[in-house]
Every structure is written in structure tokens, then in C-alpha cells.
Design a protein around this ligand. Structure first.
Ligand code: GLA
Length: 395
């Protein structure tokens, strides 16, 4: 990967980078739509994500290159300062938003040339946008000499998405991309952003986690996600609570007279409990025992939160009847990926069964892979300066 991104940087810019960085996508094991309710989530980092090679400039220009675009986009840092920053369309808005958020906080950032590459499917609910922001901040922080810990980086990335791009996400994706460690899921308490690394040894438990992309695109900037957020806020207000996180007893939601708000709140309250139960099981290395909790989470998303779609429900049902121990949709919903906890050796047949069911139903072919918990955002090993890159290339 370092060599590939360096070559790409050279091809796109004609120069050597100062370094290369990587930020992963994430999959959420359990805890959906709980983050913006001050609740608990349990994601882990994927090995796939966004790679960026970058070179510091002596002026205030930003040049964004991508392997998937023919032309670079160039802008001035000055256009991102002040009350009405320039808005960039498309995916460049995400890295531009990171610079904007850093400037807002008064960080002295430099002009820079960046080349991005991705091996994550876009719109699959695996947080490609958070990975893009977190990879950008990893590069910028180092090249501008900013002393930012992983939590601060994730916070900047979130502001880029929420306040610059306008995607009303919670904090799970950015936190996962920066804070996760290999071999662990991340328990994040979104009330105070405290976290714990929870061991997750799938092969040691005789298990594999299938991630199957239904390829039903979802779009978070869409109204449905924002609408769910508002319903949760209204439900908390009606219960006299600061957030739904404060509701410990699931039966308390019965006090909500509006049946829709009652269902939405019940999902959040029971999902928080499922996250904590899952963590308890993982601490005892009882990974397979997560299966019924995954199933219950999916049922709750389908019946109470109403964020599943026919492709996703078919994938989950088929995975289960084909031998998965438990399965659920993962991510923001309305499409995207499912996860299925499978006994070792059964992933291929489970995924094939879903592909057959999709073909029978007239749905497009899904894609799949298996995942194990990987490391959060980091600098890629290799040359540490443009001179070393130059020397390495001519050795
Ligand atoms: C998206 C958002 C996250 C979270 C999930 C649902 O991925 O970006 O903040 O709300 O949906 O759990």
C-alpha cells in the first residue's frame, strides 16, 4: 500500500510525498443509532479504508487529488476561513471540511498537496466518509506539527462532517476510525466519549464475521436519518430526560403516548442494553453468545426504528437460515451492509445462499468479505521524508 500510494502521488503531482497515512472504515458490531442519543456503541476498524499521501507546501494552496478523478481540485486556505467558507461539492468537501474545522479552532495549518486512494465501498455503511476525514487529519496534523490526540482528531473529523458537509452523524464512525486497535472492538460511551478496548478474537472462538454489502445505496445526508434523530430528541423530552441514554428501564418508554415515539425510544433503550450485554460476553470470551443479541438488534431496527429495507431483511433472514448464528444490519440503515456471525468455514455457503436469494428476488448481486478487528488511523511505514522517498525510488 505505501508503495502504491507513493506511485500514485508521483503520477498525479510529479513530486514525492512527505509521508503516507491510512484511516480505516469501520463495522459496527452492535449499538445502532445510539451514538447521537448519548448511548453505547461497539464498532471495530476494518483493514480497508482511505490512504493518503501528502506533501507540505510553502504557500497556502490545497491541492486534492484522487485515484478516481482525472483532475485535481485546488483551493486556497483563505477560502475556508471566516464566517462564510466556500462550499465544495462532492467528496472534496470532506477533506476541505477538515481544514475548515482546524482553522476554526485556530490551528496553524499549512498548504498541502494530497492524493487519496480508497479500497472501501462508498455508501455501504462502512464509514468511508469518516475514514476520509480521519486520514486527512492524520496527514495534516503531522505535516503541520499539530499536537492532537486521537480523540481530538476524531472530534475535528466529526465537525468537518456535521458542520461543514452537513451530514448529521453521531460520533461513532470518526471515533472508531481513530481509536480502534487490532484484535479489539471499541466500547464507546457517547455521553462522555470515554472508551474501552474490548478483546474480540473471532478465529480463537471458531468464528468468522461475514460482511455482506447489499449494494442498496444509502445516503446519510438524506432526511430519514435526521428525522430519526429528531424523534429521539422528542421522545427524550417527553420523558423529561436529557437524552434517551438516561432511560435505564425499558418499561419506562410505555409512558410515551405517541406510539411512533414509543417504538423509536424502545429501540434505543433496548439497544444500549444489548451493547452492554455484548461487552459482558466478550469480556468472558463468549463470542458466539452474541448471536441472539445481533438477531434482537436487527428485529428492533426493523420493527421499532424502521430503518431496514427489503434487501437487508432478506439478507439477514437468508444468512440465518443458511447457517449463520446471528445476523443484523450494520450502520445507518436504509440499505448498506449486514453482518453475520458464522462458524469457521461456513461464510462462503452463507454468502452464496444470500446471493441466490437475491437473484431469485430480482435484486442485484451482493458483495462480501470477512473482517477481523484492525488498527485505527496511523502513518504507514516506509520513508519518513520526501528526500527518503526520492532515495528509495532511485535505489
Ligand atoms: C451512521 C452515523 C453514525 C451512527 C450510525 C447508526 O453510520 O454516521 O454516527 O449514528 O449511522 O448507528
Amino acid at each position: 500500500m505505501p508503495q502504491q500510494i507513493t506511485d500514485q502521488f508521483r503520477r498525479l503531482t510529479g513530486t514525492y510525498p512527505d509521508g503516507a497515512w491510512f484511516a480505516p472504515g469501520r463495522v459496527n458490531l452492535i449499538g445502532e443509532h445510539t451514538d447521537y442519543n448519548d448511548g453505547f456503541v461497539l464498532p471495530f476498524a476494518l483493514t480497508s479504508g482511505i490512504t493518503v499521501a501528502a506533501r507540505r507546501r510553502e504557500d497556502e494552496r490545497l491541492v486534492f487529488n484522487s485515484s478516481s478523478e482525472s483532475e485535481p481540485v485546488t483551493l486556497d486556505l483563505a477560502s475556508l476561513r471566516g464566517a462564510a467558507p466556500e462550499q465544495f461539492p462532492g467528496w472534496y468537501a470532506y477533506p476541505a471540511g477538515v481544514f475548515w474545522a482546524l482553522l476554526r479552532d485556530g490551528h496553524p495549518v499549512h498548504g498541502m498537496e494530497l492524493a487519496f486512494d480508497s479500497d472501501l465501498p462508498v455508501g455501504a455503511g462502512l464509514s468511508s466518509s469518516a475514514a476520509l476525514c480521519c486520514a486527512t487529519i492524520a496527514a495534516v496534523a503531522e505535516l503541520s506539527g499539530l499536537d492532537l490526540d486521537p480523540l481530538q482528531r476524531a472530534t475535528i473529523a466529526r465537525r468537518a462532517e456535521n458542520d461543514y458537509v452537513g451530514a448529521p452523524t453521531g460520533f461513532m464512525d470518526q471515533a472508531a476510525s481513530t481509536l480502534c486497535t487490532a484484535g479489539h472492538a471499541l466500547l464507546l460511551d457517547c455521553r462522555d466519549n470515554s472508551s474501552e478496548q474490548v478483546p474480540l478474537d473471532l478465529p480463537g472462538s471458531g468464528l468468522e464475521l461475514l460482511i455482506l454489502d447489499t449494494r442498496t445505496p444509502h445516503n446519510l445526508v438524506d432526511g430519514a436519518y435526521a428525522e430519526r434523530r429528531r424523534s429521539c430528541e422528542r421522545a427524550a423530552e417527553a420523558l423529561g430526560m436529557r437524552s434517551l441514554r438516561e432511560v435505564d428501564d425499558p418499561s419506562a418508554v410505555a409512558a410515551l403516548t405517541d406510539p411512533l415515539l414509543r417504538r423509536r425510544a424502545r429501540h434505543v433503550v433496548t439497544e444500549n442494553a444489548r451493547v452492554l450485554e455484548s461487552v459482558g460476553l466478550l469480556r468472558e470470551s463468549r463470542v458466539a453468545a452474541l448471536a441472539p443479541l445481533l438477531d434482537a438488534s436487527h428485529a428492533s431496527m426493523r420493527e421499532d426504528f424502521e430503518i431496514t429495507v427489503p434487501t437487508v431483511d432478506l439478507a439477514v433472514d437468508t444468512a440465518r437460515s443458511a447457517g449463520a448464528l446471528g445476523a443484523r444490519m450494520t450502520g445507518g440503515g436504509f440499505g448498506g451492509c449486514i453482518i453475520a456471525l458464522c462458524p469457521v468455514g461456513s461464510v462462503e455457503s452463507v454468502a452464496r445462499a444470500v446471493a441466490d436469494a437475491f437473484a431469485d428476488a430480482g435484486f442485484g448481486a451482493p458483495q462480501w468479505f470477512t473482517a477481523e478487528p484492525a488498527q485505527g488511523a496511523h502513518r504507514l511505514p516506509g520513508p519518513t521524508s520526501r528526500t527518503e522517498f526520492h532515495l528509495a525510488a532511485h535505489r
